[in-house]
Design a protein around this ligand. Structure first.
Ligand code: ASP
Length: 296
């Protein structure tokens, strides 16, 4: 592992269960983040630029290409946090291209979370244009999910995984990726997340992504972002508890393993972790992710 010095570093993931063959997405997102720092911005702008890059990549479940809710609409969650103690998020926002940029814009207000129509109205007020994030691939995922929904009700996720005998892999039928980034600018850390949420969720559902300490946490000891089954991640305050492990002196690799061991068998979980000793990432079902250090 490369210890982080004053040189910047960015680590990005394309979500638990995302195909590692698509790691060009996270790799180019890291470059977008490092480029933001090279142009004189800090870790927050790097984490936002990197996550925005992944929101614009239609292969991933965030921004354009987000999962559809069971009613066929798209509602998205996004958040950002810095080691300076700033946090902001939007939840169930609709029809914007880059939800994470709206979350960042909220940092300049006294509020920390805006939801649903209030979040969308705030985005419009700030000049974020109307944008339809629906893609044919996401519509097709919903059709597959609806085709198996009756079956899903009868099985636990892990039982279903073991018994699955359709040609379409279960992961592909269900979808389940969030995109996320952590960044170090030589002085401080920042993190950001963005998602269309898991499949088979109701309109109005809010996951772990916009909840501080659940999907992400960042402090002076480092930055963590999680991906996977948001309800489980949120109930266990996973990111905050992973941060506490970093604070106790565990390495990023150890904290990744701690997080993967923490949730019950069959729960979908992945994390990326960064501190001044370096970075690490991992997921139970594989994950496209990449970390990159910038020039000195
Ligand atoms: N954690 C996200 C959510 O529950 C989804 C994911 O990471 O795949 O909304």
């Amino acid at each position: 592992m490369i210890p982080l010095t004053n040189a910047p570093a960015v680590v990005c993931h394309a979500g638990s269960g995302s195909n590692p063959a698509n790691s060009d997405g996270p790799r180019n997102a890291c470059l977008a983040g490092l480029d933001a720092i090279a142009r004189g911005n800090g870790a927050l702008d790097a984490a936002i630029a990197a996550t925005q890059f992944l929101e614009d990549d239609v292969r991933f479940n965030a921004g354009t290409g987000s999962n559809l809710r069971l009613d066929g609409t798209i509602q998205m969650d996004a958040s950002c946090m810095t080691s300076g103690g700033d946090f902001a998020a939007v939840a169930a926002i609709e029809r914007v291209r880059n939800p994470v940029a709206v979350a960042k814009r909220l940092l300049g207000t006294p509020q920390i979370v805006l939801v649903a129509d209030g979040a969308t109205a705030f985005a419009r007020r700030c000049g974020f244009a109307d944008h339809d994030p629906v893609t044919p691939a996401a519509q097709s995922r919903l059709r597959k999910v609806l085709a198996v929904t009756d079956t899903l009700g009868e099985w636990s996720r892990s039982e279903l995984e073991r018994a699955w005998n359709y040609d379409t892999p279960l992961r592909e039928a269900l979808g389940c990726d969030t995109v996320g980034s952590v960044a170090w600018d030589g002085k401080g850390f920042a993190s950001s997340l963005s998602t269309g949420g898991t499949t088979t969720v109701l309109r109005g559902r809010v996951g772990d992504v916009p909840l501080p300490g659940c999907g992400l946490f960042t402090g002076i000891h480092g930055a963590i972002v999680a991906t996977g089954d948001g309800e489980y991640i949120a109930r266990s305050l996973l990111a905050y508890r992973a941060y506490a492990e970093l604070e106790r002196g565990r390495s990023p690799e150890q904290v990744v393993q701690w997080a993967l061991d923490e949730l019950a068998e069959g729960v979908d979980i992945g994390v990326i972790v960064m501190n001044q000793t370096g970075f690490a990432g991992g997921a139970r079902r594989g994950m496209a992710w990449h970390g990159q250090c910038g020039g000195a």
